[in-house]
Write a protein that binds this ligand. Structure first.
Ligand code: G6P
Length: 611
């Protein structure tokens, strides 16, 4: 949902800003722009479309600057045109602003500012910020002008501001949208997300809501937006190497991230649980066994792919720990009346830790008195800082908009947590828990063996990519994987794809089935195997093309369907991880055949920081 970046230091800001934007482009790619201070002049370059268009414009000559800001846009207010691209400026082009978020009272403010003589150029909400700051900048104190301006705006923002009145300063502020500062050696980079700072530094300061930061080459000062009081700056060490955020020779980030899954899931469980004699201890869990024992109800809140992981988590927790679990879409949870008491735990699952709906949901649960556990991939992100406990997935940076390795890592984290909670409640014996861990340890190799058969999936994609309608069917523990398979395909191929519980087909969707429909049926050998075979018969009788994903190549399935892809056998609760992988590859190869923009699908953004 828009990415912002700013740089101040002794190196040339222009290539650093472009590299930062490249690493934030997953947040939006409707337009890109930068503003920087060069030889006493403010230079503004912006254009519609991807960052590569901006790079072409910048090739006209060498630019040299030590201070600048940049933006990559996911349009909300105003069409994706050049004039609506950020940075936005004051009446004289001397003050530049980049913004991620939405200013809700912009129409009113705009009217007042126009009546005062300010000249607006764009249809964006952001431009009011530039003119408001201009209004208050008459004594030359940029940070005070930004503070006064922000006291008048309602809504959400992460902003970075530069002005020719203060050519040695970036002022940044945050309310509701993510903002971090990377601290290098006499240089600072401010950005919406971690990958953008990694080329400069791994030392990060996370800005909180309602804070304003003054950044100069020799230091930063963080103050409360309203009171002006300063706070101590905690430095987080980001555990990611810059290369992890690079494509590294792969055609797409999505493919790279699919192939990284054996290591990503290994990183999620490795070194976490200490099985010592008859004791089991979770090294980095912030809840004590006593606290876990008291939990009598769990809500899981999340969005998109993380919501699908949550659905699997519900089955795991209810089976291992016998605690009732409700799974809510975070956007719905925020506006209903959950039944929370002292023994309620709310688990927020979020790859980014910045999704506005998920943050809203956990804040609501917290207000009502729930303890909060966050399963998250980004160290230090907003959700993790507001939680009582965090399980990091350690999957490494995920850049492709369609989530893959973060999803399977979330499943591993949930599996571990469900088992550990069951053990804490003394519902699982030491030896049963050891078996859970042993089976988990075999998963990375099993994923590898699926990835080795990528060609098989590619051949299926080559057969079907011209079809327009797809159903993904699953029952029980792999039903959420059917939802996820459909989501992956529609996100990156723009095809009609729906996930259904096998048993629900006959209550409506089956009306759509004919010879043009592709049905992907998930058929693990579990307690609902026979039922699923029945559902396959139903769609086959209506001429659908059926691909079965199974964990045993038995005659029974081969006879009934057109194609079978086999994944290795594992326990029922780990099977969702293995069944998800061929569906990710299937979506990827279909999108590739269709010539779609896989890493940056239209209308989507990886991190949705607006409601
Ligand atoms: C966006 C992304 C999805 C993601 C969802 C939740 O919609 O496009 O891929 O699953 O946000 O993101 P989170 O970071 O909270 O897991």
């Amino acid at each position: 949902m828009c990415g912002i970046v700013g740089y101040i230091g002794s190196n040339n800001a222009v290539p650093i800003l472009i590299e930062g934007l490249r690493r934030l482009e997953y947040r939006g790619y409707d337009s890109a722009g930068i503003a920087f201070y060069e030889d006493g002049n403010m230079v503004l370059k912006k254009t519609v479309g991807k960052l590569s268009n901006l790079e072409s414009i910048l090739r006209e000559r060498e630019y040299e600057s030590h201070l600048g800001i940049g933006h990559t846009r996911w349009a909300t207010h105003g069409r994706p045109t050049e004039v609506n691209s950020h940075p936005h400026c004051d009446c004289y082009g001397k003050l530049m602003v980049v913004h991620n978020g939405i200013i809700e009272n912009y129409s009113l403010l705009k009217k007042v500012l126009i009546s005062e003589g300010h000249i607006f150029r764009s249809q964006t909400d952001t431009e009011v910020i530039a003119h408001l700051i201009e209004r208050y900048l008459n004594n030359g104190n940029l940070s005070e002008a930004v503070r006064r301006a922000l006291c008048e705006v309602e809504g959400t923002y992460a902003i970075a501001v530069i002005s020719s009145s203060n050519p040695d300063t970036i002022v940044a502020a945050r309310k509701g949208s993510p903002l971090i500062i990377g601290r290098g050696d006499k240089e600072y980079i401010v950005a919406s997300d971690v990958p953008a700072i990694l080329n400069i530094t791994k030392d990060a300061i996370f800005v909180n809501d309602n804070e304003l930061v003054v950044i100069r080459e020799d230091g930063t000062q963080i103050t409360d937006l309203k009171s002006g009081g300063s706070r101590e700056e905690k430095i987080y060490q980001i555990p990611w190497d810059p290369e992890l955020a690079e494509k590294g020779g792969y055609a797409h980030f999505m493919l790279k991230e699919i192939l990284e899954q054996p290591q990503a899931v290994r990183n999620t469980f490795s070194g976490r649980i200490n099985l010592n004699k008859d004791k089991i201890h979770w090294e980095d869990l912030d809840f004590t066994v006593e606290e876990l024992r008291k939990i009598s109800r769990i809500y899981i809140v999340s969005c998109g792919t993380s919501w699908h992981a949550s659905l699997v988590g519900k089955s795991m927790i209810e089976a291992f720990a016998k605690v009732p679990v409700e799974v809510d879409l975070a956007s719905e949870f925020r506006y209903r009346m959950p039944l929370i008491d002292d023994n309620t735990l709310t688990i927020g699952i979020t790859q980014s830790g910045e999704t506005a709906d998920t943050l809203g949901a956990i804040r609501k649960a917290k207000e009502e008195g729930s303890k909060i556990l966050i399963i998250c991939n980004v160290v230090g992100s907003t959700a993790t800082r507001e939680a009582d406990g965090v399980i990091y997935t350690h999957a490494g940076p995920e850049i492709g908009v369609a989530s893959t390795k973060a999803f399977t890592s979330q499943l591993v984290a949930l599996y571990l947590f469900a088992g550990y909670l069951g053990r804490a409640k003394e519902l699982i014996s030491y030896s049963a828990f050891s078996r859970i861990m042993t089976e988990l340890a075999s998963i990375p190799k099993k994923i590898e063996s699926i990835l080795e058969k990528e060609e098989e999936i590619k051949r299926l994609a080559d057969l079907f990519w011209e079809k327009r309608d797809y159903f993904f069917l699953g029952r029980g523990i792999v039903y959420p994987i059917a939802l996820e398979g459909a989501l992956k395909l529609k996100e990156i191929s723009y095809l009609h794809a729906e996930g259904y519980a096998g048993g629900e087909m006959k209550h409506g969707p089956i009306a759509l089935v004919d010879k043009d429909m592709v049905v992907v049926a998930l058929v693990p050998h579990n307690s609902v195997y026979e039922k699923m075979l029945g559902n396959i018969e139903e769609v086959k009788a209506r001429d659908a093309n059926v691909i079965a994903i199974a964990d045993e190549e038995c005659e029974e399935i081969i006879e009934k369907v057109d194609h079978v892809f086999c994944v290795p056998k594992t326990s029922d609760f780990l099977s969702p991880i293995l069944f998800a992988i061929p569906l990710q590859l299937f979506a990827y190869h279909i999108a590739r055949n269709r010539g779609c923009d896989i890493d940056q699908p239209r209308n989507l953004a990886k991190s949705v920081t607006v409601e």
